[in-house]
Design a protein around this ligand. Structure first.
Ligand code: BG6
Length: 491
């Protein structure tokens, strides 16, 4: 069987990286581009043009990127011989997004482009997206060959996200806008699609008759990592729930799309988000959400300060660093099935997983055997160790009646290849022109609408977030959120 070549792979492209000296670029984007180049996914002749405010020469810029790669490329993967060829692709131009002259210089830099695809990656503050897009348009760099990749946060609520999206939409058609949610680039997230739609055995039970509850946890051990004021403007709800967690929920709950065509998949995802039961009344919000803020405590590495003691903090802040929500999806498939969503900073361990708890067997044959029958559970682990496990019951060997035990069927392949940085996948898809793993405008807006209502309810609550000690899984109220419905968090 011959495999069709991706549409744009054979064609070299120009990748313009705005915010080229920023943190995301240094930690994730250059290592991703370097690995793609090394593995021959980026065709020879591609060019990477870094753009940022700082005035520096190409040589200085290239020197900086080399340092970033030595620090952030996967361990042992930086090779001088690859670097020589990779660095030949790099170029730099200082750019002031408010200056037409800067954009004219950029255009002359790229003047021999011909029909090459042009990828503009905006790794800047979203407040600059509109200016950058208009600047590109004014010098003819926003035409049919151009695509724009934009990062979250797209706004801080529905209203502000519309302003940002409209500024980008005014220049680029939706088919050229690639909104990144890096969780969609994670290997296990794509495996979730394979698990659900390349296997027939789950589908008949993938509904309220077969599933008791679903849990999505993104637990982090880190605190605010020196960016207190950025984090404080956002909080766990805007930083994690509105995007990463709702994206995971939509992939777990969506109907089978007719194909992997970007709009076929995104049509199904957005239907799930639209069907989320609104949490708008205060009593409903209080009963189904918990927000927390970490106090000083200890993790494996030793004592850590509380959120209100971190460097640069405002000691009055009521921003949440933890959220737990009991969500429901109002449709035939999921009616009555709780989706417990949880994320927080300074948790005891770093792990992200989706846990699908199936229903109990309808009748326990083994009740007289003094043995426990536990319902099946499917665990889709995103990190730290990616993998998929199905928990099942089996009989222990021996003559002591029917002694049952829970075993884990490991569905992960024995894949010895190192995990890829999520940005590799997404950058490659942007170069190839495949939008399936990017978020459409309507998804962003429907997610904001749901989140906004909850946040408005919280604003009218004088109590503020509940404290929890660093090194714990959030306030005790988060445990009660599941236990009052007869469930418990999978930890
Ligand atoms: C980012 C958030 O989007 O995701 C960060 O802004 C968070 O606060 C990060 O730490 C988590 O990503 P990952 O891939 O490390 O789970």
């Amino acid at each position: 069987m011959t495999v069709a070549q991706p549409q744009f792979l054979a064609q070299p492209s120009d990748i313009c990286l705005f915010g080229a000296t920023g943190d995301l670029a240094g930690r994730k984007l250059y290592p991703a581009l370097y690995c793609l180049f090394r593995d021959q996914h980026l065709p020879a002749g591609c060019r990477i043009l870094g753009l940022a405010r700082s005035k520096m020469s190409r040589d200085e810029f290239v020197g900086q990127i080399r340092e970033k790669l030595r620090e952030h490329a996967p361990e042992g993967e930086f090779e001088d011989s690859v670097w020589v060829d990779f660095s030949a692709m790099l170029d730099y131009q200082p750019l002031d997004v408010h200056s037409t002259e800067s954009f004219q210089n950029m255009a002359s830099h790229l003047n021999d482009r011909g029909e090459r695809p042009l990828i503009h990656y905006l790794s800047t503050s979203p407040s600059l997206y509109g200016d950058i897009c208009r600047g590109l348009e004014s010098v003819g760099l926003a035409g049919a060959q151009a695509r724009v990749v934009i990062e979250k946060p797209i706004g801080t609520d529905l209203e502000s996200s519309r302003v940002i999206n409209s500024a980008v939409d005014a220049v680029f058609p939706e088919s050229s806008i690639y909104r990144i949610d890096h969780y969609l680039g994670k290997e296990t997230v794509q495996n979730l699609l394979a698990l659900r739609f390349a296997n027939g055995i789950f589908e008949p039970r993938w509904n309220s008759a077969g599933i008791d509850n679903v849990q999505i946890t993104v637990a982090e051990t880190v605190g605010v990592e020196g960016r207190w004021s950025y984090y404080d403007d956002s909080g766990a709800m805007r930083d994690m729930v509105q995007n990463h967690i709702l994206q995971l929920l939509s992939l777990v709950a969506m109907e089978a799309p007719a194909s992997l065509d970007p709009d076929a998949v995104r049509d199904e995802k957005v239907k799930v988000l639209r069907a989320l039961r609104p949490l708008s009344e205060r009593a409903d919000i209080d009963a189904n959400t918990v927000r927390g803020q970490y106090r000083a405590g200890a993790l494996g590495t030793g004592p850590v300060p509380g959120y209100l003691e971190e460097e640069g903090c405002n000691p009055e802040s009521s921003t949440e660093t933890f959220v737990a929500i009991r969500a429901e999806i109002n449709n035939w498939r999921w009616s009555g099935v709780p989706f417990y969503l949880r994320t927080g900073k300074r948790m005891p361990s770093r792990y992200s997983e989706i846990s699908v708890q199936f229903r109990d067997v309808p009748h326990n044959l083994f009740a007289g055997e003094n043995t426990d029958v536990q319902a099946n559970r499917l665990i889709i682990r995103l990190q730290p160790q990616e993998g998929i496990q199905l928990q099942m019951m089996y009989k222990v060997r021996g003559l002591d009646g029917m002694q049952l035990r829970k075993a884990e069927l490991n569905l992960s392949t024995e894949d010895l290849r190192p995990p890829r940085n999520a940005y590799e996948r997404l950058l490659l898809d942007a170069v190839r022109g495949n939008q399936t793993l990017f978020v459409r405008r309507d998804e962003v807006e429907v997610a904001w609408k749901w989140v906004d209502q909850i946040m408005q309810g919280w604003e009218s609550d004088p109590e503020g977030p509940k404290p929890y000690n660093a090194g714990t899984y959030g306030p005790t109220a988060a445990i009660a959120l599941t236990e009052k419905h007869g469930h418990s968090w999978n930890e």
